[in-house]
Design a protein around this ligand. Structure first.
Ligand SMILES: Cc1ncc(COP(=O)(O)O)c(C=O)c1O
Length: 390
């Protein structure tokens, strides 16, 4: 099946649900077993029997429908839904990092991942080393005898440096290390993680998977080798997701293809327009020809998320505030991947420890939604006019 067909088919089984097109919302905590023997044989918290309904926390047919659809789209062995994208990150890292271990994390990483490493892993004896996201095969030199995992995020979700995941994975695998990657930007639709060397793929399903800014959720997809370690860690933490949220996320996921193709086309149009604006110094978007990450993006991805940044010519806080405050269609708010456009000032320099971030002006991150791109450009023009005045 081609991926758009798979999107319409995966995670559905009308014959099992009285002909209903969608897997309904199954709510439960307790599951009643018919007899002593079947209760005794109910199975553990992972492995091949993970889809057996045994207790609400471990999933219902609604949860399994979403997990199956995401895993099949991405080409992974299996998936598990967790309460947030950040929970997906912390559970995945916790599956590997033990006291005395060393983990490698890119300097461009989503900042709460960094906070988790510094505030939770460090006191438990795990050393995190932040590396230059552009290190590529050079990651080999950073691997120590006690390194347990290599974490990636491609591209960084504020600064958009594109990582060479296949090169990093080759070096990591040569040393027997798993590659964990935050693939929220690529999505299961535009990035086939496992073909690129990822072992554990982490999604903030909050973004494009759910796609409507009404769900907070994470999904971890793994290859067969890493499934048990990850699924058990999620169970050990007691992470479970409401079936209502799983239903909403799967409903959103069905249309990820049309949404992302449309949003990518609008994002490219707007990014190219921004490149021609006097007040713009640079646009940071690997989907643009001329971006330093373009060749890797073209090789590894089949499309681009509609999230990118641009760097203004040198401007003070007052001017940046005037720009952002003049926008009427772009909301000011965290997150991305929904149907609506957003703008935030990206304070990238605050989170760097291994590399320097100095692009020569303030950085603004845009998420392009499903609005008409012409209207969005007119909105940005309003912003630039206000910036000029300020
Ligand atoms: C790249 C990236 N990963 C993970 C997350 C975390 O997702 P959530 O907000 O669902 O915890 C975010 C959220 O902004 C993100 O941008």
């Amino acid at each position: 099946m081609k991926k758009d067909t798979l999107l319409a088919r995966a995670g559905r089984d009308p014959a099992r649900h009285q002909g209903m097109v969608n897997t309904p919302v199954f709510r439960t905590s307790t599951v009643i077993f018919p007899d002593f023997e079947s209760y005794e044989a109910r199975g553990g918290d992972g492995g091949d029997d993970y889809k057996q309904v045994r207790y609400g926390l471990l999933g219902t047919p609604t949860t399994f429908a979403l997990e199956e659809a995401v895993a099949r789209m991405e080409g992974g062995h299996a998936a598990v839904a967790v309460p947030s994208g950040l929970a997906a990150i912390t559970a995945a890292l916790s599956a590997y990092a033990r006291s005395g271990d060393h983990v490698l994390v890119p300097d461009s990483v989503y900042s709460p991942t960094r906070t988790f490493c510094d505030r939770q892993l460090k006191p438990k004896g795990v050393e995190t080393e932040y590396y230059d996201p552009l290190v590529g095969a050079g990651i080999d030199k950073l691997i120590r005898p006690n390194t347990r995992a290599v974490f990636c995020e491609a591209p960084g979700s504020l600064s958009f440096e594109m990582q060479d995941i296949p090169a990093i994975a080759e070096a990591a695998h040569r040393r027997g290390l798993p590659v964990l990657a935050d693939t929220t930007w690529g999505t299961p639709y535009f990035f086939r993680s496992f073909e690129k060397g990822v072992d554990v793929s982490i999604h903030a399903a909050t973004k494009y998977i759910a796609g409507h800014s009404d769900v907070v959720m994470g999904v971890i997809v793994t290859n067969e080798r890493h499934w048990l370690a990850v699924r058990r860690t999620v169970a050990d933490f007691g992470f479970g997701v409401s079936p209502d949220d799983c239903y909403l996320a799967l409903r959103g996921f069905r249309t990820i293809g049309v949404r992302m193709k449309q949003q990518m086309a609008s994002a490219l149009e707007i990014a190219r327009w921004l490149q021609s604006q006097q007040q713009v110094r640079r646009v940071l978007y690997p989907a643009l020809e001329g971006d330093p990450g373009h060749a890797i993006w073209k090789r590894d991805f089949t499309g681009a998320a509609s999230l990118f940044s641009f760097v203004l010519q040198p401007a003070g806080d007052r001017q940046v505030a005037a720009f952002v405050n003049a926008l009427e269609l772009f909301g000011i708010g965290s997150s991305w991947g929904g149907f609506e456009s957003l703008a935030v000032v990206a304070r990238v320099e605050r989170y760097r420890t291994a590399t320097r971030w100095d692009p020569g002006g303030p950085t603004i991150r845009l998420h392009i939604g499903l609005e008409d791109p012409g209207d969005l450009i007119a909105d940005l023009e309003r912003g630039f006019a206000a910036l000029q005045k300020a």
